[in-house]
Design a protein around this ligand. Sequence first.
Ligand SMILES: NC(=O)c1ccc[n+]([C@@H]2O[C@H](COP(=O)([O-])OP(=O)(O)OC[C@H]3O[C@@H](n4cnc5c(N)ncnc54)[C@H](O)[C@@H]3O)[C@@H](O)[C@H]2O)c1
Ligand SMILES: [Zn+2]
Length: 603
Amino acid sequence: MKVERRITNLIITGFSGTGKSLVAKEVARRLNWDFLDTDDEIVKQTGKPIAETFRQEGEGKFRDLERETIREACQQKRRVIAIGGGAIVDPQSYELLAKTGLIVCLEAKPETIYGRLFREAACNPGTEVRPLLAVDNPLERIRQLKASRQPHYAKANWTIHTDGLGIGDVAEEVIRAWKLFRSASEDTPIVIVRHEMPKQSQEYLAPGLPRSARNDIKKATRSDKEVACLVETATQSYPVFVGYGLLDKLGEKMKQAALSGTATIISDENVFSLYGSKVEGILKDAGFAVDSFLVPPGEETKSMDYAIKIYDFLVERRAERDDIIVALGGGMIGDLAGFVAATFLRGMPWVQVPTSLVAMVDASIGGKVGVNHPEGKNLIGAFYQPGLVLADPQTLTTLPQRELTSGWAEVIKHGMILDKEFFEFLEGNVNRLTKLKPGLITQAIARSAAIKAQVVSQDEKERERKRTILNYGHTIAHGLEGATKYKRFLHGEAVAIGMVGAAKLSQRLGLLSSDAVEHQQSLLQKFGLPTSLRAEAASQGRGRKRGNLKLSLAGVTRAMELDKKVRGKAIRWVLLQDIGKAIIRSDVPQQDVLAVLRELAGP
Ligand SMILES: NC(=O)c1ccc[n+]([C@@H]2O[C@H](COP(=O)([O-])OP(=O)(O)OC[C@H]3O[C@@H](n4cnc5c(N)ncnc54)[C@H](O)[C@@H]3O)[C@@H](O)[C@H]2O)c1
Ligand SMILES: [Zn+2]
């Protein structure tokens, strides 16, 4: 998909009560753009309220008027345009809008909408009651009308669920959508996503609300605040919960997700010895029957042999299709247990409880499950989404330091490819993050998980180019891992070195500034990650002679070419144009790759 160069405006649509006008105004203020509300324009033109025009002239006439207003509005650039809730239903209006603007739809549950409209009416006595409220059962009316418009709202480029958000938060999300869209150049994958990211402790609080109403809303939205994001794929939509100490609520969240029956916890011995009995207790308290199956820790366990051992256990316990698999552990457990869930009885519901940093921000999101084959990693597998993911950053306090450090590479990667602001957040909080300060670590994991969720929601099965950007740093990483038979590096360590390589390659091709290359390198170092093969050897206390390194360069390139991301003959490199701005290139000259690898190996 090519970027539509004429897209110069932001269009805010959505049902009544989703805050279109206030949000659009706030976005315009923050971007220093013009603001225009088509309903206001029509009122100005006709000199009467919209409801009256509708009543007197009929819907057809009103839509004609609205279309002309939209045509006028779209003539200008750098405008934030709030449109009436039904405008997008008109095919010609939609065409006009889609040609010139990024369409952002504000969503809210019918109950939320009703609550907002009701309070708006209560706070503004004397003004005309909205037609939506002037019926016997307004909530039902809202439900019906909204349902009939939903297919049209689905045409928006971006959807923001506003239920738990304030005007400022929604405006921020709109601006993020715009920046992501803008960062898409012709070669960059366009990542326009459905997005839901309620901020902790911030509620949708329309201005002028009485205190009692505020408290009610706070209460109603509190239950949502741990949702870091939704993964929305064609096969399943599910929430990713991130919260410090949230493990205590695992049973509750599973029940909310309509899971029932026997929960079989699959875990490795390390993780189970720390959290197993606690999780068993939590699930029993919530009314689940609980079974546990332990496997040895380590990548060798992620095998068909162990999958079969788990099948045997499930057969013996007479597990049924509605029973649940709970994957409690790092990425190895998530992949193995998820693979069993995908295949046993042709698929059982399952829940991911990631306990390593890699698993929280990467492995648990996206539904890739599988086991290794003696001839290659992850050769056997499926795409199979869980019912929910629940990450409790408190569990990271027991994760071995080297594993934790390695996990930061994927977090930093998410900033590098898509989110400069997040990169800056990481940069500004290195000390507190590496010390696992509860608030900050929770925020970082939630955001990082949301970035991965955005990408996989757009490209569940890696069929398009979008999911490819997650491979930033991974081409060289896979080369390094393959050449050293997966024994020398933890994955994140290899990715860190791979990211330095990819950035240097981007610089050699004239895409990226040396400043940005250094910036990334310095952040990786601050998180304790290796940024060259020499640094890696030193940091692991396993110095290798340079002769050895040089020898292995051929091995690295061979392994890179064997990597499954190779399509045809050319390697698809994920490179950078800036921090937060990834680009995919298949035309990278081999001599540049070799030069970068030599640079990584050191003088
Ligand atoms: N499915 C995907 O999309 C995806 C993405 C990335 C990685 N992965 C897979 O994930 C695996 C790597 O994940 P990982 O790094 O979490 O490895 P891992 O699951 O092997 O965990 C690493 C080590 O940490 C221990 N551990 C985990 N959580 C702990 C805790 N809270 N306290 C103490 N010890 C703890 C484990 O017992 C293990 O020894 C690989 O198999 C990789 O292929 C999958
Ligand atoms: Zn990775």
